[in-house]
Write a protein that binds this ligand. Sequence first.
Ligand SMILES: [Zn+2]
Length: 562
Amino acid sequence: MHDLVIRDGTVVDGTGAPRRAADVAVDSETITMVGPGIGRGRREIDGRGMLVTPGFVDIHTHYDGQATWDPYLTPSSWHGVTTVIFGNCGVGFAPVRPGTAPYLINLMEGVEDIPGTVLAEGVSFDWESFPEYLDVLAAAPKVMDVGAQMPHGVLRFYVMGERGADHAEVPDAAEIARMGVLLEEALHAGALGLTTSRTTKHRARDGRLTPGLSASEPELFGLAAAMNRAGRGVFEVNSDFGPGDFEALRAAAAVANRPLSVLLLQVNNAPDLWRKTRAQIHAARAAGLSVNGQVGCRPIGIMMALETTSHPFSTHPAWTAMEALPPAARFQRLERDPQLRRVLIEELPDDEHTRTIGQAFGRTYVLDEAYDYEPHTSSSLAARAQAQHRSPWALALEALMANQGKGMLTHTFENYTEGSLEVVREMLVDEATIMGLGDGGAHVCTICDSSSPTFLLTHWARDRSRGPQLPLEFLVRKQTRDTAAAYGLHDRGIVAPGYRADLNVIDFERLRLCKPEVVYDLPAGGRRLTQRAQGYRHTFVAGTETLCDDEHTGALPGRLLR
Ligand SMILES: [Zn+2]
């Protein structure tokens, strides 16, 4: 008698192999049999008409803080994710000296848009070293497995003090050696990698650029040598890929003799740069290095609603004058006062934010129930306004006020320069890429792409109408075996005997993303965007059911990966 048998499901096993009808047996935490006619289970699940997939592995998240206060790690746990890795992009919360947490909060707040008040109240900081932080994570109850990485910006600040916060400051030989020792210690204690940011998109809240932005070869090589000594860990980098950047990172990865994983996306001011980076990745792989590009599966979308961080009117004096009011009261005023609406639309402030928004209307769309994340540019706010001979600002205000003030707009600011997802398809089919831009736990009130695992399946294998779809088997592999393997997690990501029983049972016909919403459930009453899904009948983490019909069961079987 098995502990669990999922009977007659359609198994998409994570290897890319064609789907097949099979039973899946689980005993304790492990998949023990996959095939036809398996014997009885103490619990039986009717898998007819359901997909049975490995649990999803999301390697690019920022749950560094949330993992210490929210055992459910939403939104990811609503989307079939059973393993998350955080500490990406050079930001995080360890190591930390007593009294210096405010700088780390300032860095995380600026880079990843997690409010400082939320972090100050939510993160206990009752650790100093990275191994101590890992111990706190290990002890925290959690719905899924989590893994942490050593953030370069934080390590730099710990070793160099205030100087470390300034990317132009160069560490001396002793400081580089000290960083190396701490990194090696963290990797031995269970850190899954070293991460850094070399993008000017990343600024601390105080306006300073990210600490590792211009770290030069001696510093990078010193860290790489520590990875080499430890013989473990992935080197993750978010870079603008200016001249010489990839070469320096490639050289560091060679010194480390460890995998290099870089973010790969299309930016509007250099729409073909990602192709150059991809060619560099391919060349490095051909030379025998382990390098991959982390890609997304939809436009990186800035969400705008009356309650989000940024929206078309968020710097307008008539709006900021109402900022102290609760959201419902603001909406009532908007509704009752035509003069207020006229001022918002017609008397635009002459500021950077308003200019940027105005220029982005050609890439801004109404995000309603029907929105499919691959909109025609003819449905942009700018195009609609032109067709209707109206002001795009008027349309924007109407859209935000829809649905009792809960209406939303989305600005497709990356991965959508040409107004279609063909470019993303090109990224997805490339064998040198893995799934990776979800950013769960970050950008809490501007972006909500941690729902991407669901979108990957619904859009690319079922709903896409504007171009070719992709095989379901390939997509599942991309979010399971491939992401797991990228971090050396060879015990998961495949439905086969001997693998961890991290499993999803999905009603694929019914699978859908719900509309994003703003909720106020962060520490200190902080707000965030979240997005749920429908169609996850069951999710199992190491054989324990964590989600049933899209709701948490309350079980918290997750562990820290070391
Ligand atoms: Zn990131």
